[in-house]
Ligand binder design. Structure first.
Ligand SMILES: Cc1ncc(COP(=O)(O)O)c(C=O)c1O
Length: 378
């Protein structure tokens, strides 16, 4: 999005503002499909659950990873008017409920749709059998998340050594294990995580065949595909080459492969614009206060371990400064070292690549509402 467009949208809508460019989402989706042609792309709705984004990806032909009943319903809105049989086909073919731990109420609500759901322990399996007996199940493996921006294997996934016992237990309970899944950690720039995880999944599939005669049909390679936040992130095409080579080497050509990218599809699609509402000098450093915060669009600083460099529209010699959010909390620090020109109150600043895990986790803290969102190129 060019600077003129940003300025004119901020003038029209005020600040703080999040601008989401749907052309970029379509482009990211097309890039994913091009480089991983054998992989069905399930958008991980949690990265940015805006219904407009879900709609754009639905129209582009995407599938969806949901992790709560409200996320499921956001996707469902798009198929509500389809005939029942078509709805059912869509849910079965194009939605995975990929939160390994689900409240029983959610399972009860989902059972009518015969969903595909993940699990990683026996307690969950027994719960699924009791409250969603029509679900197909996918066992989630814990895999190396080394070097990824956000760790997930600390909380999810069974040890690869336990996986086949769980698969056998599931079949014994009368459930059908459709697949094996993993997540290499979000913003995974260490491609070896994918290599190791694919090898672990292949070994589990082989053991399931040998010990139980069970043929697992689905391989779910999760999310983690890195957004190009900076020049250190290697191109997606390079990661895709590594993944494609391992898939060809390790798996039968009839296996169904799916992935759950979140960040990769939406991170680069959003820009936020905020206004300087105050300035001060603290210990010799210039400090700006802006009308957004880490409780709002910049929540990814806390929850996603992400940084979003700030830029100014005003020209001038840049110096190191701090940028604080609008709330009364000392934690609300957007950056302790940003390079910005000497700004005045009411000047605007903006951050690019802020579409994933950002406004998705914005709160109403301190009475400030989440920034309004404007969608362009819908
Ligand atoms: C199960 C699951 N799938 C997919 C994703 C999306 O990951 P990413 O945004 O790194 O692609 C997440 C993120 O937390 C997840 O928990």
């Amino acid at each position: 999005m060019n600077v003129k467009q940003l300025q004119s949208l901020a003038a029209k809508h005020g600040t703080p503002l999040v601008i989401i460019d749907h052309e970029i989402i379509r482009r990211n989706y097309a890039a994913f499909r091009k480089h991983l042609p054998k992989v069905q792309c399930y958008y991980a709705v949690k990265a940015n659950p805006a219904p407009e984004i879900v709609r754009t990806l639905y129209k582009a032909g995407a599938s969806f990873d949901v992790a709560s009943l409200p996320e499921f319903m956001t996707v469902y809105e798009n198929i509500r008017r389809l005939p029942k049989a078509k709805q059912q086909d869509f849910i079965w073919d194009k939605i995975i409920y990929a939160n390994p731990t689900k409240p029983k109420e959610t399972l009860l609500a989902l059972d009518q749709y015969k969903p595909l759901v993940t699990f990683d322990n026996l307690t969950e399996l027994e719960k699924i059998r009791r409250f969603a007996p029509h679900a197909g199940v996918v066992v989630r493996l814990a895999v190396s998340n080394t070097g990824s921006q956000c760790e997930l294997s600390n909380k999810f996934g069974c040890a690869p050594g336990e996986a086949v016992d769980l698969i056998l237990a599931a079949f014994k309970l009368g459930l059908v294990v459709e697949g094996i899944s993993f997540h290499v950690g979000s913003q995974c720039t260490n491609f070896q995580n994918f290599v190791q995880a694919l090898n672990a999944a292949a070994a589990v599939m082989q053991e399931a065949r040998q010990r139980g005669g069970h043929e697992i049909k689905i391989l779910d390679i999760g999310g983690g595909f890195p957004a190009p936040y900076n020049e250190h992130v290697k191109p997606f095409s390079e990661l895709a080459r590594v993944i494609n080579a391992e898939i060809d080497r390790l798996f039968d050509k009839h296996i169904e492969i799916l992935a759950e990218p979140g960040r990769f599809l939406v991170a680069t699609a959003a820009t936020s614009v905020a206004r300087v509402i105050g300035k001060a000098v603290r210990e010799g450093k210039r400090c700006y206060y802006i009308d957004d915060s880490v409780y709002h669009t910049y929540s990814g600083i806390i929850f996603d371990h992400c940084q979003y460099p700030l830029k100014a529209f005003r020209k001038g010699k840049r110096e190191v400064c701090a940028v604080f959010g609008q709330t009364c909390d000392g934690l609300d620090v957007i950056s302790q070292s940003e390079l910005l020109p000497n700004l005045e109150v009411d000047d605007l600043v903006y951050s690019e690549n802020i579409g994933a895990y950002s406004n998705a986790s914005a709160t109403w803290f301190n009475g400030f509402p989440p920034a309004p969102v404007v969608h362009v190129n819908l």
